[in-house]
Design a protein around this ligand. Structure first.
Ligand code: NCD
Ligand code: ZN
Length: 348
């Protein structure tokens, strides 16, 4: 049995770091293992302009432990008022890496997202021209559409027409949860990729709803039925460069999740690499872990892979992990994969 794996340092192509006390608590957790991360802009208020992104980047850097080698790759939150010139300038100056599209009301703090896609056409055209990728939360928000169908419907109604109307726009379909999304991404040769989260490789909707309601497994897009989880595992472990890691680690204080109206989000930053090594080992694909976590993401974004490396060692004894991260905003429960973890990240 393989006992260790060495990878280029991984990156996280979809991460929520929040702000204030939560940022200070969770940023070191990502910086410990990851070289870079695409930072989601859904703060309250959101990261709307190049100036906002620069200020947020400075707050993130200030929250990192001394000596951390972690680069936050900033995004802007696309609204119907986004100024194309500001996007292009922020990208040219290296302040932002991508722009994030949230359909209005799709998820946590997305109220200022896009309602009328015709109103962002100018920004999308400018992004295509300047080579700024668009990260997409791929769910429709129409109350008539069943929550388990919202991703598949989004592809047909929004994503495919949007891509056809803006040739040349590079698009990342974020945190895909369905076989439909994986198939759609595979149907496109170039310019479209998808991130897959750690938790969607592990849970299906039964984990959330069978035998009691488990708020710490609730995230958006919500986990789907088992056949979709298996399709995601197949996509992630296939060695296909169109699929790469975006953890969507999304911390909320326990009080906000264990509630009559609990927030969406799973917190996986501290132990994502251990869980992924377990999943890839299960699939007989440990040799493909590096592509998924460390090579395909940079290639899509036109960046070099990280120079340094990270080693995972398989211990016989299970890892002892705290169940919660303590923060000044309250405890945050770590995602429980439901199996013992044996892959330990060693300091390099
Ligand atoms: C995210 C959050 O909490 O900000 N929640 C989640 O369930 N993934 C928002 C998001 O990415 O949808
Ligand atoms: Zn997210």
């Amino acid at each position: 049995m393989t006992s260790h794996v060495t990878l280029r340092r991984p990156d996280d192509w979809h991460l929520h770091l929040r702000d204030g006390a939560m940022l200070r608590a969770v940023a070191p957790e990502s910086a410990r293992h990851f070289g870079r991360a695409i930072i989601m802009p859904n703060l309250v208020p959101p990261v709307l302009t190049g100036a906002d992104a620069r200020a947020y980047r400075d707050r993130i850097t200030a929250a990192l432990p001394a000596g951390a080698r972690f680069t936050p790759l900033m995004t802007l939150y696309l609204t119907e008022d986004t100024d194309p010139a500001d996007v292009v300038a922020a990208h040219r100056e290296g302040v932002i890496t991508a722009v994030k599209l949230y359909p209005a009301g799709a998820t946590t703090n997305s109220a200022s997202g896009v309602r009328d896609f015709d109103r962002v056409r100018g920004v999308l055209d400018a992004m295509a021209e300047a080579g700024v990728p668009l990260c997409v939360h791929g769910e429709v928000t129409d109350p008539d559409i069943d929550i388990f169908d919202r991703e598949a419907v989004f592809i047909d109604r929004i994503l495919d027409p949007l891509r056809r109307a803006t040739p040349g726009l590079r698009v990342v379909m974020e945190h895909i949860t369905t076989a439909d999304a994986a198939d759609y991404v595979r149907s496109v040769e170039d310019g479209l990729a998808a991130t897959i989260t750690t938790h969607h490789l592990v849970i299906n909707r039964n984990h959330i709803l069978a035998g009691g309601i488990r708020p710490h497994y609730y995230c958006l897009p919500v986990a789907k039925r088992e056949s979709h989880r298996l399709a995601l595992r197949a996509a992630a472990t296939a060695g296909d460069a169109r699929f790469f890691l975006g953890t969507d680690s999304a911390p909320h204080p326990d009080g906000a999740k264990e509630s009559a109206c609990g927030c969406a989000g799973c917190f996986t930053a501290p132990h994502t690499m251990s869980i992924l090594a377990h999943v890839f080992e299960d699939e007989g694909a440990l040799d493909r872990l590096e592509g998924f976590t460390s090579l395909y993401g940079p290639a899509f974004y036109g960046l070099p892979a990280n120079d340094d490396r990270l080693t995972l060692v398989r211990d016989d004894a299970p890892l002892e992990l705290p169940a919660k991260l303590m923060t000044d905003d309250g405890p945050v429960t770590l995602f429980d994969p439901g199996f013992a973890l044996h892959w330990r990240v060693t300091p390099n």
